[in-house]
Design a protein around this ligand. Structure first.
Ligand SMILES: CC(C)(COP(=O)(O)OP(=O)(O)OC[C@H]1O[C@@H](n2cnc3c(N)ncnc32)[C@H](O)[C@@H]1OP(=O)(O)O)[C@@H](O)C(=O)NCCC(=O)NCCS
Length: 440
């Protein structure tokens, strides 16, 4: 059986030709224009980046290499006896664009196990960080410290030719992904479980092994949750903060460690990945204030208080999506199957009934529907991960799969350093003066 790397080499040549042909023959064809609102308003919808591993439709949600989440839950290989897809499978799909076999997934599990050992100097660094440092800071620091291992940085120094950039990046990416569950579990056990660490179980797949090393429960459904979670958070096309940051930093030929660490710092923002911890905090506060599962009327009032207090309803709204996030629905299905009577899930469901109406009446957000972060915390809490500060680390481990698969492609395609154009307010005002809009 050809290895993942050999298959990548086969896929790389034709893809490179396609991109080069587009660039050479149609490089000056306009695909979109830009208005002042987009320049001032966070570059929304400006098409400015090549990102092959996934594509987001504002109404349908994410497709990974053309496959929707329900399709992937059906088609990707599962662990023996399991029903949720293996993250190894999604990585294979994102990298190669094909659905893998069970044997392909097993080969990746084995490869990652071989590369997963954390070096002592990394553990020393991690042990030196104050335990109450936010887990995302610890996660990003650990990834950055591992930069010492970078094949890309070492070979670049030894004058590696451009044609080899993808190869060194591939090695970095495989080494780094392999270690992420161990890093995450190390942070968790050190910060919250008195530093009593749990050895990896080499019989387990990547996601299940992470569940095992966290040591919160023996319930096999938690392993299933980890597999599902690590699949669905893996990518959300290229423009979101964590993906774009990883890609941008990588475009300077900073290696995979520098790039992912930077991307994780973006994921740590409350408007991005940190929203999952905010959601649970908000729900628990409301249950405390309202004495348990609220009525619809109580919840509605609580939401208005939140909004009138100048705060957002966490887990609702999206920069691109204009309907319920399919990643929310996948988690809701999991909850309906495994924890239908759990009080926190009942509140999450009630919020889903009430929030879209309230947000629509409030009239500000363009999307009153829930995003991925509205649901993940309750699932984690159910299995005993009650330390909300840690939630974004799960997101980070998963997000690495997508952004690093794309990073290998970035180097394989020889994509250049990114350098969009910025302008000053004065420049924009002068432009409008010279090009006054037609009177309405
Ligand atoms: C995701 C998010 C950052 C997208 O931001 P965006 O693209 O600027 O969203 P919109 O264009 O719809 O925002 C327009 C207005 O609605 C507000 N709004 C958006 N979502 C809101 C929410 N959930 N609750 C209250 N107000 C919200 C925005 O703050 C903005 O207000 P402003 O004009 O006073 O600045 C935003 O919806 C949000 O803050 N959601 C809550 C945090 C969250 O769940 N993040 C995870 C994203 S996956």
């Amino acid at each position: 059986m050809a290895t993942l790397k050999e298959k990548f080499v086969t896929a790389m040549g034709p893809m490179k030709e396609r991109v080069q042909k587009l660039n050479k023959e149609f490089g000056d064809v306009n695909v979109s224009s830009v208005n002042v609102g987009q320049i001032v308003g966070g570059a929304r919808d400006i098409i400015s980046m090549l990102w092959d591993v996934s594509l987001l439709d504002k109404f349908e949600g994410i497709r990974f290499r053309g496959f929707s989440i329900p399709e992937l839950r059906e088609k990707l290989p599962k662990a023996p006896g399991g029903t949720e897809p293996l993250p190894e499978g999604i990585f294979y799909l994102l990298l190669l664009g094909e659905i893998p076999s069970a044997a392909d997934c097993a080969a990746i599990t084995e490869e990652w196990q071989k590369r997963s050992v954390l070096p002592q100097y990394l553990l020393d660094t991690m042990n030196a960080v104050a335990k109450d440092t936010h887990p995302m800071t610890q996660f990003s620091l650990a990834i950055l410290q591992l930069q010492r291992e970078s094949e890309f940085a070492r070979r670049y120094k030894e004058k590696m030719p451009k044609s080899q950039y993808w190869d060194a990046t591939y090695e970095d990416v495989m080494n780094l992904i392999a270690k992420l569950p161990n890093i995450a579990a190390y942070i968790y056990r050190r910060s919250y479980k008195g530093g009593k660490h749990i050895a990896p179980d080499l019989k387990l797949d990547w996601g299940a092994n992470m569940a095992h090393m966290l040591g919160v429960t023996d319930d096999p459904a938690f392993k299933e949750l980890m597999r599902l979670y690590l699949c669905i958070h893996s990518d959300h096309e290229g423009g979101n903060v964590s993906a774009h940051t990883t890609h941008l930093v990588g475009s300077a030929l900073s290696d995979a460690y520098y790039s992912l660490s930077a991307g994780m710092n973006g994921l740590a923002g409350p408007l991005h990945g940190l929203a999952n911890q905010e959601v649970l905090g908000w729900i628990q506060d409301l249950m405390k204030d309202l004495g348990g599962v609220p009525t619809k009327e109580q919840l509605e009032k609580y939401m208005w208080d939140t909004l009138n207090g100048g705060r957002v309803i966490p887990g609702y709204g999206h920069a691109v999506l204009r309907k319920t996030d399919p990643r929310y629905m996948a988690q809701r299905e999991f909850a309906l199957k495994h924890m239908p009577d759990y009080d926190l899930f009942k509140v999450v469901s009630l919020v889903y009934e009430v929030a879209p109406d309230v947000l629509t009446k409030h009239g500000k957000t363009k999307n009153p529907w829930p995003n991925v972060d509205a649901h993940s915390g309750v699932l984690l809490c159910y299995y005993g991960v009650v330390e909300y500060d840690f939630y974004t680390v799960f997101f980070g481990v998963s997000r690495a799969l997508g952004v690093l698969a794309q990073l290998v492609w970035d180097r394989a395609l020889g994509l250049p350093i990114e350098r969009p154009k910025s302008v000053t307010t004065e420049w924009l005002e002068a432009f409008i003066k010279e090009h006054p809009p037609a009177a309405k």
